[in-house]
Ligand binder design. Structure first.
Ligand code: ATP
Ligand code: MG
Length: 412
């Protein structure tokens, strides 16, 4: 019979890959909880409009990547492609505006119909944060510092670049859009088909294009920085000053615009050169208009999300489990004692592997295979005198210990 296949771009996670992902998430949690962020879990699917209306109808996600389906009641639903829209929807739906600021983190699967390749999957995992209700640059500085500390704790800060830019407020954005459209219109014949369409609908998005022909045109486009008004310039300067104070190295990249409509002021990406084209491991920005757009009033927001798989791929060190103790009964009549000893050791906090079958040699081989550090060997004579043989599996040394002293011996 033909083997059952998994869906293209999806993966089964186990062993080292799964352990590394758990480590990334646990590290993220421990860092962001110090900054007062609490976990939120929103549904994996939402009404399609939660994403379609808010991410921007010319964004890659909305135009090409969403998994939309109609449920049996005829509702159009979408598997979430990212976390922010769902968290903001939850914020508004639960009336959380009363108690600002609100700080949430989340992690879980996201779904995008993309061309699968290294570091690019159709189901992948994000860990992200959202800080709602703080308008000042302190929030931008704090969430970037938090992202940086997170990657530092994973041992990755040496290979990460922080890229940052400002999109300014609405007025600056309008000024820039006008200049950009004027420039791009002169070069319209050189643009890709997608970008020609974007020119009237959302020209800023063209700066984010990955097409070579677009990149050539973009290289000489007007600079965003020249269109920022005084307010936006001051805001950005304050963010950069804060990063300097915290000794966080960054590179201002004035081509960085991010692919979604809801960003304003600060946008940033943490990138590595170790993952080829999929080098962005963490990305985020400020989204001051998003809450209002979802009917929640004038509440500022800023956040970021990282690709947990991409970060896991950068982790070098072995994430092996703690070494267990092997409990090995020799002969039928010692099985019950072995069962009890294994239970007591686990209650005392040890990780224990019981060996279930085979002769002594086979059982010791299995103990080595699970990387046990020590074996508690229970023969009939020993059980009769309430003792066991404790064998160090690295050195081969062994000694007889009273069962009553076993835990003390193992703790030593
Ligand atoms: P890219 O430019 O690589 O497509 P993006 O701008 O679409 O990234 P975001 O929406 O900002 O990505 O998502 C935040 C992070 O989630 C990315 O920096 C990346 O690490 C991760 N990510 C995004 N899409 C995928 C995917 N298809 N597979 C694995 N990780 C992903
Ligand atoms: Mg993408």
């Amino acid at each position: 019979m033909e083997k059952v296949q998994s869906v293209r771009g999806t993966y089964d996670l186990f062993g080292d890959a799964k352990r590394k992902m758990k480590k990334v998430i646990a590290t993220g949690e421990s860092v962001v909880e110090k900054y007062g962020f609490e976990e939120i879990e929103t549904p994996i699917f939402e009404f399609t409009e939660v994403f379609a209306r808010n991410l921007g109808d010319t964004s890659d996600i909305v135009t090409k990547e969403m998994y939309c389906f109609e449920d049996k009641g005829g509702e159009s639903l979408t598997l979430r492609p990212e976390g922010t829209a769902g968290v903001v929807r939850a914020f508004v739906a639960n009336g959380m505006q009363q108690n600002l600021p609100v700080k949430f983190y989340y992690h879980g699967p996201m779904f995008r119909y993309e061309r699968p390749q290294k570091g690019r999957q159709r189901q992948f995992t994000q860990f992200g944060v959202e800080l709602l209700g703080v308008e000042t640059p302190q929030a931008d500085i704090e969430v970037i510092a938090m992202a940086y500390e997170f990657l530092q704790k994973l041992g990755l800060s040496g290979q990460i670049t922080v890229e940052i830019n400002s999109l300014g407020d609405a007025e600056s954005r309008d000024t820039y859009r006008e200049k950009l459209v004027a420039y791009l219109t002169q070069h319209i014949d050189e643009l890709s088909e997608d970008s020609k369409n974007r020119l009237t609908r959302n020209p800023l998005r063209i700066l984010d294009s990955k097409e070579d022909c677009d990149k050539t045109v973009i290289a000489n486009a007007p600079r965003y920085a020249d269109s920022l008004n005084e307010n936006s310039r001051q805001f950005f300067a304050a963010v950069l000053k804060g990063l300097d104070l915290l000794d966080i190295k960054y590179r201002v990249n004035d081509r960085l615009v991010r692919g979604l409509d809801y960003y304003s002021h600060t946008v940033f990406e943490l990138t590595t050169d170790k993952l080829g084209a999929q080098g962005t491991v963490l990305a985020g920005g400020r989204y001051n208009g998003l809450v209002a757009q979802m009917g929640g009033g004038d509440v500022a927001g800023i956040g970021w999300a990282c690709g947990v798989e991409r970060l896991s791929m950068l982790l070098q060190e072995d994430t092996a489990l703690p070494r267990p103790i092997a409990v090995i009964p020799v002969g039928e009549d010692t099985q019950e004692t072995a069962l009890q000893i294994a239970h007591q050791l686990r209650l005392a906090g040890f990780s224990v592997e019981q060996s279930y079958s085979g002769n002594m040699k086979k059982r010791l081989m299995k103990a080595n295979k699970v990387n046990a550090a020590q074996a508690v060997i229970l023969g009939s004579d020993e059980v009769a005198t309430n003792t066991a043989t404790l064998k160090d599996l690295d050195s081969g040394e062994q000694k007889t210990v009273a069962l009553a002293d076993l835990i003390k011996e193992l703790q030593a």
